[in-house]
Structures are given as C-alpha cells and as structure tokens.
Design a protein around this ligand. Structure first.
Ligand code: C2E
Ligand code: SIN
Ligand code: SIN
Ligand code: FE
Length: 393
C-alpha cells in the first residue's frame, strides 16, 4: 500500500504534485462540507481537463447528488444552478449505474466511450441527457473511500478534452484522482464526525439545562425555543455563523443557577416576598459559579449569559446593574428571548400571555428593559420567531 503510493507520487509531475499538496491543505482547513465538495470537483476538473464533475454522497442507502458542475452546460444555461435543472437528485446503490457500482464494489471505472460503458452493462439515464441536451462520452468514476475502506461517496468526471476534442481519461488521471478521492473521503468523514459531536453536545446541553431548571419536567421545549430564538436574533444582527452557534449552544444554560434555588421559592404559586426575591435573584450568580472559569468560548458565553441575562438596558436590572452596551451582547440577546418565552408560557406564579401582548411588551420596553437595536431586530423578524413557536410547543 505504502510502496504503491510512493511510486504513484514519484510518477506524478512536479507541478501536479504541488497542486495536490495545496489541495490537501485547502481541504483539511475547509469546515463547510458543501464548499469542500465543490472545491474537490473544481480541482478534479482542472487536473483532468474534464467538462464536468459531480459528487454523490452516500445517505441512507442511496447516492445523493451534492455537487454538479459542467463548463459546457454552464455556458448553455447561463447563470442557472445546474442542480435545479437536473431531473433527478438521488440514485439507488446498485449495479445499473456506474456511480452505484463504484459505491458497491469500491472500484474505479474508466470508460473511454458510452459504447464501452454500455457493453459493460451500464445504462445511461435518458432523462438526464434529454433535459440537458448534452452527451456523455468518456467517464471516470471513483469511489470516495476512507482509511478503513468505507465508501462515503462517489466522484464522477466526464468528457476530458484535449484541444477542444473529447478524449479518454488517462491511467495517470486515475492515480491523481485516487489521491484526491482519499483526501475527499477523509474530509467528508471528519465533517460528519464533527456534525455528530455537535448534535450530541447540543442534546446534552438541552437535557441537562432543562433538568436543572425544572427538575421534574424535562421536556426541554422552553429551552429549545429560547435557544433557537437567540440564534435567530444573533444571525439577523449580523453575527457570523460560528458566533451565532455559540449563542445557540450557550443560551440553554442561562437559568442553570436555578438548581440552587429551593423548591418552595421556585415553585411558589404566588408573588415572592422581599427575602425570597433576594434569594431568587441569586440564580444569576449561582449559574456563573456553576459554569466557572473555562478556556472554552462556549462556556465563557454561557457564563456571561447566566450572570447578565437579567440586566436591563436602562441599568435597573440585576445582579450588577450594568447599563447599555456594558452588558455583554450575548446577554442582551438572550434577555429578549428569555422574557418573550416567560411571558407566553404559564408559570406557577402567572398565566401565559398571548403572543401579541408579549410582542407589545418587547416593543414598549425598547431602551428600558431591552437594547432597542436588538429588540427591533426581534420585532422585524417576528414571523420567523412565530415559526419557531409553532414548531416547538
Ligand atoms: P422566569 O419565570 O423564567 O421569568 C423570566 C423573566 O421574564 C422575568 O425575570 C421577567 O423579566 C419576565 N417575566 C416573566 N413573567 C412576567 C410577567 O408576568 N410580567 C412581566 N412584566 N415580566 C415577566 P425576573 O422578573 O427577573 O424573574 C426571574 C425569575 O424569578 C423568573 O424566571 C421566575 O423563576 C422567578 N420569579 C419572578 N417573579 C416571581 C413570582 O412572583 N413568583 C415566583 N414563584 N417566582 C418568580
Ligand atoms: C418581584 O418583584 O417580586 C418579582 C419580579 C417580577 O415578577 O417581575
Ligand atoms: C450590536 O449590538 O450589534 C453591536 C455590538 C455590541 O453592542 O456589543
Ligand atoms: Fe433567569
């Protein structure tokens, strides 16, 4: 295996080799999976001189089209997204298609003409060729295999040209593409693992946060609504995806300090006495103590949110009475999502308000309780907020 790779690399031209190294670096630093797959197709087309390239990713036992590129068709359908013109989006994994075969067998297929492919038992999808008015001649179909030989997708290249004429893919193209395909497979696998870790993390945060708050009533819906509303506000404020995601993940922990508030206060079906209210306000400080000092941005956000989500823009909030932009942005965002949710849900001490009354409250409190700029963003996007509330009830 190792020898084969060395020999392969030695036979490559220096120029190609340098290109491959650059691609490897670009791929390993690309977190966004769609962009990454697009890069792979671009590079593969450039290295082989192919007209077109596509990537299918294996998803629940079929192959889904992820990327579809074609220089000739791009000119023909100026500006249109080729994927939207394409009549199919999924193909079954079986021996009828070249992509299906590559996915099942894990072998590369290299056909210099459609006749040759037909002779080997592969059919061409008439619907596609009709829709696009483009004839596929030579094809190179490569499985995307991870280190442990799992096929995670297929890369397909079509119609390489030399001096404008369609030619066959060369054997040397196969080795180059094999290398590129292994990079692509590892990257796809990494992206999947990261996605899974994030999902597990978010699930753990939702579950533990709601357990802390309600102890016995761990539906988590209330926490999910606040989390998604906070994320929505963050995005609409113009924060980037990473920062907004931190707010999505950190906001569920805003009331984690309530775990230290005695039941008789937390569940009191009436107004709190002055003493009880003093204790209750401490849930902000307890929350910050529970989260503590960490080097992780996620938990630094969570700490700020736990500590400052009851500060008010006019400086009359608690625990510190911070005013205006002195209150961390993430806490100013969650303050709106938290109050809105508290208003429209019933509590041991209060009935639920109508959504319209809650919206009115947010509007009235611009510049008083809430940062007016953020409150306006919330109100401008109220349709999307309502959608969150329709979905999570
Ligand atoms: P929570 O129930 O999650 O409410 C969060 C915030 O929503 C409140 O923060 C308040 O800003 C807003 N909010 C909720 N209900 C109303 C309402 O009926 N009218 C208005 N104008 N705002 C409302 P706040 O006031 O700092 O309270 C923090 C937490 O203290 C509350 O969280 C709740 O757990 C507890 N709490 C507050 N008041 C009472 C009460 O009278 N009785 C009991 N048992 N708990 C209370
Ligand atoms: C209180 O002041 O006793 C409770 C605070 C509130 O309900 O807003
Ligand atoms: C904003 O509110 O978008 C500006 C950033 C900040 O207030 O810290
Ligand atoms: Fe709170």
């Amino acid at each position: 295996m190792k020898h084969q790779l060395i020999i392969t690399i030695m036979t490559l031209q220096r120029e190609v080799l340098e290109k491959l190294i650059r691609i490897g670096i670009a791929l390993s630093s690309e977190k966004n999976i769609d962009k990454l797959l697009e890069n792979i197709v671009d590079q593969a087309m450039e290295l082989t001189g192919a007209d077109g390239g596509s990537i299918y990713v294996k998803e629940d036992n079929s192959l889904s089209f992820k990327i579809l590129k074609n220089k000739v068709l791009n000119k023909k359908f100026k500006g249109k997204d080729l994927k939207s013109i394409f009549p199919i989006h999924k193909i079954p994994i079986n021996y009828h298609s070249m992509a299906g075969y590559a996915a099942l067998k894990g072998d590369i297929l290299n056909f210099k003409s459609r006749e040759e492919a037909r002779a080997s038992g592969f059919s061409f999808d008439e619907r596609i060729e009709k829709a696009l008015q483009y004839v596929t001649q030579s094809t190179l179909t490569i499985p995307l295999k991870t280190r442990n030989e799992e096929v995670v997708g297929v890369l397909q290249l079509i119609n390489p040209r030399e001096n404008g004429k369609i030619v066959a893919f060369k054997a040397e193209h196969e080795s180059v593409m094999k290398y590129l395909a292994s990079q692509a497979a590892i990257a796809i696998q990494n992206a999947r693992l990261i996605k899974e870790i994030k999902e597990v993390q978010l699930h753990a945060i939702y579950t533990l946060s709601s357990a802390a708050e309600f102890r016995d009533k761990i539906t988590g819906d209330h926490i999910k609504r606040i989390s998604q509303t906070s994320y929505l506000i963050a995005r609409k404020l113009g924060l980037d995806e990473d920062e907004s995601e931190l707010i999505l993940y950190a906001s569920p922990m805003h009331d984690i300090g309530k775990i230290a508030i005695p039941d008789r206060i937390l569940f009191k079906p009436a107004r709190l006495t002055e003493n009880e209210w003093r204790v209750m306000q401490k849930h902000t400080i307890y929350g910050a103590q529970i989260i503590g000092e960490t080097p992780y941005p996620l938990f630094q956000y969570a700490k700020n949110i736990a500590l400052y989500h009851h500060e008010r823009f006019d400086g009359k909030g608690y625990p510190e009475g911070l005013k205006g932009k002195k209150i961390p942005l993430e806490a100013r965002i969650v303050a709106i999502a938290d109050v809105f949710d508290a208003l429209v849900t019933s509590r041991p001490y209060k009935k639920a308000w109508s959504i319209e009354s809650a919206i009115e409250y947010i509007a009235e409190e611009r510049g008083h309780h809430f940062d007016p700029e953020i409150a306006n963003i919330f109100l401008d996007n109220i349709k999307l907020v309502k959608e969150i509330y329709r979905k999570i009830t």
